[in-house]
Write a protein that binds this ligand. Structure first.
Ligand code: NDP
Length: 258
């Protein structure tokens, strides 16, 4: 089989958490464009439905919407059962939902600290664990987590210690699962984006005013676009990446090089 054929995802069954908008929506669209059926998983049911309808209309693939809060095990288990009931298997799972809070460390409440860790780290664990169980049973699959360049550097000038710590945790969790599940044919990799233009950055009252400062620091002098993460997502979801596991892919326009 040639490489372009291996990059195709025809017949693959996938889900993307936080898939209603931003990076998750872009990944879901790419998976469907490459031939996969996609479950868009999100807190916001209406937005998930509209995202799934757009993907189905644009690609002709099956795209369904499932409401779930990734911090709730019961939601994640119900979500996995719904994907299995609709698709019969799970070949690739994107554990992508995440939030950022910009609060100085000395002022951060325990509630705010725990909120970020619960969504960004525990939510990724619960989603990956649920997908991993299915994949082990069916003989294999690919799990992809969304970490961040913030796992590697401390962003400035905004304070975001809980986010940075959660994302460093995501990478080490990803590597741990990759080693535990290697012989079960379940691959686990992370994508670490640099600053990407999504609601998380463009609509945040604390982050939006900083974009010019970040761009001044960035070697490419701009934010990344969600679609600039699509190729790595398609590669990691399918058979082209059969020997790739336990890796973190930093896609940041060289931001962390300086
Ligand atoms: P967005 O805020 O645009 O989208 C995040 C999505 O996740 C939203 O649809 C949101 O739903 C959903 N979500 C939030 N909490 C939960 C939850 N508990 N359960 C289920 N879904 C949830 O963010 P991005 O697309 O920018 O970010 C996606 C991922 O990429 C995150 O993990 C983020 O940390 C990471 N990332 C982003 C970067 C950037 O610059 N944008 C850079 C590096 C990493 P709702 O609409 O209901 O809030």
């Amino acid at each position: 089989m040639g490489i372009i054929e291996k990059l195709r995802l025809d017949g693959k069954k996938t889900f993307v958490t936080g898939g209603a908008r931003g990076i998750g929506f872009s990944i879901g669209s790419a998976l469907a464009e490459a031939g996969a059926d996609v479950a868009i998983v999100d807190m916001d049911e209406a937005q998930a439905k509209s995202a799934a309808e757009t993907i189905a209309r644009q690609t002709g693939r099956k795209a369904i919407a499932i409401r779930a809060d990734v911090t709730k095990k019961a939601d994640v288990d119900a979500m996995t059962a719904a994907v299995l009931s609709a698709f019969g298997r799970i070949d690739a799972a994107f554990c992508n939902a995440g939030i950022c809070m910009n609060i100085p460390a000395e002022e951060m409440s325990l509630e705010d600290w725990e909120k970020v860790i619960r969504i960004n780290l525990t939510g990724v664990f619960l989603s990956a664990q649920a997908a991993g169980k299915v994949m082990i049973k069916q003989g294999g699959g690919s799990i992809i987590t969304t970490a961040s360049m913030s796992a590697h550097i401390v962003n400035v000038p905004q304070p975001q210690c809980s986010y940075n710590a959660s994302k460093a945790g995501v990478i080490q969790l990803t590597k741990s699962l990759a080693v535990e599940w290697a012989l079960k044919n379940v691959r686990v990799n992370s994508i670490s984006p640099g600053y990407i233009g999504t609601d998380l950055t463009l609509s945040s009252p604390t982050l939006k005013p900083l974009i010019e400062k970040w761009n001044a620091m960035a070697p490419l002098k701009r934010l990344g676009k969600p679609e600039e993460l699509q190729a790595i997502a398609v590669y990691l979801a399918g058979d082209a990446s059969a020997f790739t596991t336990g890796s973190d892919f930093v896609i940041d326009g060289a931001f962390t090089c300086i």
